[in-house]
Design a protein around this ligand. Structure first.
Ligand code: SAM
Ligand code: SF4
Length: 463
């Protein structure tokens, strides 16, 4: 029997990259590649990269330095080859340039071409000469048509990509250039993949897309499904207990989606709905296609449909031209809406995007002052929400062992990590009812309410 080949994949950035890395492993498994935890001694190393902010892209180049050392050590004295590949959005954006800058890289491929990995690996492994490969073609349809029909086993909580690319062209964002035009997978394919994951033991699915609520996939009997409709179909899958989706654009929240939040118990009451900024001038310059008032209205309609719904958001501070007043509008919308989690970033000019060429770039010092104020407010809101959870009962999906002996960690309906002690490891994968006894800034502690009431499926509300 031939030895399995060692595959090390490092993932940077968003959940879509996590999904893509998993699928790359599925594509390479028939060739004998098995995932390992370190680049040391690996037969193939893939860095699945992110280009969204300058820092994310820079990290890849410093990591490549470390990989080079492992490659040199493995190949020293006629040792076996290590194939080094750069995948994802840095690969898409910098392709040939990256090959020039990093001579030891064998392969560069974008987010839409990894279904062709077997071909690329065969070419890279050819005995004669050195074949360096760049494959950064576009259409997403082709990739999904050629990926293996079977997905491998994932965790109790797993990702499922249903949509890819983006046509919104926010002026700060590289996604439309690195991921291409918006594409929705056919509904039947999504349901098939969801059922496979559930058959492997997954109980919670997060549907992914760069703009997931722009979803308009082909319906099995003709016509199209919206995201709201797809969610209803997903909720029918036996054994699937929790459904989430991310990332949504406020502009694409429609009545179908709002009513799904009203009707579907399996749809968790937590939604990542990035507002980015509060000032209308900034929102317009960002080409967000919604105003401050639009966002407030959408949030109110969602909370009306699902009163226990909580929101999280992304924020960019220091977008070109952002005045003190614009920034105060951001602070005000945060105070008014309240977000229970958030990601906030200083604006990072990205080559080729319209905003990078805008005048009135905000000085670094001002960006720093603003982000510190915003993050303090967001952290306070998160802590208050966590503290208000104490004394309540919540259904928690237990996903992994904790740091301490006898501790398990799961997720609340609101994505809060919850620690619990004294349960056997066989409880992993179960949804248990916990009483929350402790709140920390980023997590909760709980204790079992009543063993006989455990694992009541889809009981999502917090008592
Ligand atoms: N599609 C999502 C949306 O419409 O909000 C998010 C896409 S992006 C992968 C995730 C987040 O990165 C964005 O929501 C934004 O806050 C941030 N981001 C994107 N480009 C950025 C830039 N040039 N500078 C700083 N933050 C950026
Ligand atoms: Fe980027 Fe999201 Fe805007 Fe699309 S909607 S351009 S992914 S920030």
């Amino acid at each position: 029997m031939t030895e399995p080949k060692k595959l090390f994949v490092k993932t940077y950035g968003c959940q879509m990259n996590v999904y893509d890395s998993q699928r790359m492993q599925d594509v390479l498994a028939p060739l004998g590649y098995q995932p390992v935890d370190s680049a040391e001694g690996a037969d193939m190393v893939i860095l699945n990269t992110c280009h969204i902010r300058e820092k994310a892209a820079e990290k890849v180049f410093s990591d490549l330095g470390r990989v080079r050392k492992h490659k040199e050590a493995k190949e020293a004295n006629g040792g076996d080859k290590m194939i080094v590949a750069v995948a994802g959005c840095v690969a898409q954006a910098e392709g040939a340039e990256l090959m020039k800058r990093e001579p030891m890289v064998d392969m560069v491929f974008g987010p839409q071409t990894y279904h062709r990995l077997p071909e690329m690996v065969a070419r890279a492994n050819r005995a004669v000469g050195r074949n360096r490969i760049v494959d950064t073609d576009f259409p997403a349809e082709e990739k999904f048509d050629h990926l293996p029909e079977h997905v491998s086993k994932q965790g109790y909580s797993a990702f499922l990509a249903i949509q890819e690319g983006c046509d919104k062209f926010c002026t700060f964002c590289v996604v439309p250039y690195t991921r291409g035009a918006e594409y929705s997978r056919p509904g039947a394919d999504v349901i098939r993949e969801a059922k496979q994951l559930v058959a492997h033991g997954t109980r919670e699915l997060t549907l992914l897309g760069q703009n997931v609520n722009a979803y308009h996939g082909e319906a099995p009997n003709g016509g199209e499904w919206t995201l709201g409709r797809l969610l209803r179909e997903m909720a029918e899958i036996d054994g699937l207990d929790r459904i989430r989706y991310t990332t949504s654009h406020p502009r694409d929240v429609d009545e179908d989606l709002i009513s799904a939040h009203r009707d579907l118990k399996k749809l968790m009451p937590f939604l990542h709905l990035p507002v980015q900024a509060g000032g209308d001038r900034v929102l317009q310059a960002m080409n967000r296609k919604h105003t401050n008032a639009d966002y407030r209205d959408i949030a109110a309609r969602l909370k009306d449909a699902c009163p226990d719904l909580a929101l999280s958001s992304d924020f960019i501070v220091g977008f070109p031209g952002e005045s003190d007043k614009d920034f105060e509008d951001t602070m005000e919308i945060v105070r008014d809406i309240t977000f229970i989690q958030a990601f906030s970033f200083k604006y990072s000019p990205r080559p080729g995007t319209p905003a990078s060429a805008m005048e009135l770039q905000v000085p670094e010092k001002v960006k720093t002052e603003r982000i510190m104020r915003l993050q303090a407010l967001l952290a306070e809101q998160q802590l208050v929400f966590n503290q208000n959870s104490v004394g309540k009962e919540m259904d928690v999906l237990l996903e992994r062992r904790g740091k301490y002996e006898g501790q398990l960690v799961g997720k609340s309906p609101y994505m809060q990590p919850v620690h619990v002690s004294g349960l056997p490891e066989s409880a992993l994968g179960q949804i248990v009812r916990l009483k929350i006894t402790e709140a920390l800034p980023n997590s909760l502690g709980g204790e079992l309410v009543d063993a006989t009431r455990n694992d009541q499926k889809s009981e999502r509300n917090v008592a």
